[in-house]
Design a protein around this ligand. Structure first.
Ligand code: SF4
Length: 116
């Protein structure tokens, strides 16, 4: 038997909770609130799981490009922090770069104004 045999999420239909993606053109605040609610729901399941550490170790052993969703009661953002603490070269995301985040928002507004 492997640790996956004991995963609490194994027999649950949780794909929309553990791997939720915001709609590309939704309301940013509503999307953020919905994402937080989904993350909290997934983490609540993980909190009851007997193999949380094994699950976290498994996702951290994957190449970062496959690291998505909630694993081992952590979000992708939280795992980026863990990976950096371990010395992995993890580039900053747009959200982690204030100047780029502001430029991204300006570009997004311009794109939406152009599409209207
Ligand atoms: S820690 Fe969470 S994601 Fe990992 S196996 Fe358990 S319930 Fe599933």
């Amino acid at each position: 038997m492997s640790w996956q045999d004991f995963a609490l999420c194994r027999d649950l239909d949780t794909s929309d909770v553990f791997y939720w993606e915001a709609p590309a053109h939704g309301n940013r605040q509503a999307n953020a609130a919905q994402l937080k609610a989904k993350e909290d729901a997934a983490k609540a399941i993980c909190a009851q799981c007997p193999v949380t550490q094994q699950c976290l170790d498994a996702v951290l052993a994957l190449p970062r490009k496959w690291d998505q969703g909630i694993w081992g009661a952590t979000t992708e953002e939280e795992r980026r922090v863990i990976r950096r603490q371990r010395g992995e070269p993890v580039p900053l995301t747009v959200a982690e770069q204030p100047g780029k985040a502001a430029q991204y928002k300006r570009d997004e507004r311009a794109r939406q104004a152009g599409a209207a």
